[in-house]
Design a protein around this ligand. Sequence first.
Ligand code: 5GP
Ligand code: ZN
Length: 114
Amino acid sequence: MNKFDENCIFCKIAKGEIPTTPVYETEDVIAFNDLNPQAPVHILVIPKSHYPSLSEIDDVELLGKVANAVREITKKLGITSYRTVINTGEQAGQTVMHLHFHIMAGREFTWPAG
Ligand code: 5GP
Ligand code: ZN
């Protein structure tokens, strides 16, 4: 059973309250295109259940499923080089307080990240 926060935008997407075209979906994970893409491919992968951040998810199996979804999505799309980002906390740039993995691809990325 997925647990939702009624004020959370990603929970609304997970519940289907905000219509979206999923790139990938299972019982407990969903992925969709970022509204404001930072690269030609910019996908967000989330657990459907509400966990505010990587620091606050205590379900290791679910966390593994989200990571595995990144693997399956990139494999399905034939993407072999990509940037995966998890922002945790405001100082790191997290703006939506529902754990999400960014998958970005299709351009050069610099390192170290700014
Ligand atoms: P963060 O800054 O928290 O790591 O990333 C949040 C991401 O969510 C941003 O890249 C932003 O563009 C995206 N985003 C925010 N609201 C929505 C929305 O309603 N729909 C979608 N698809 N993406 C969103
Ligand atoms: Zn949420």
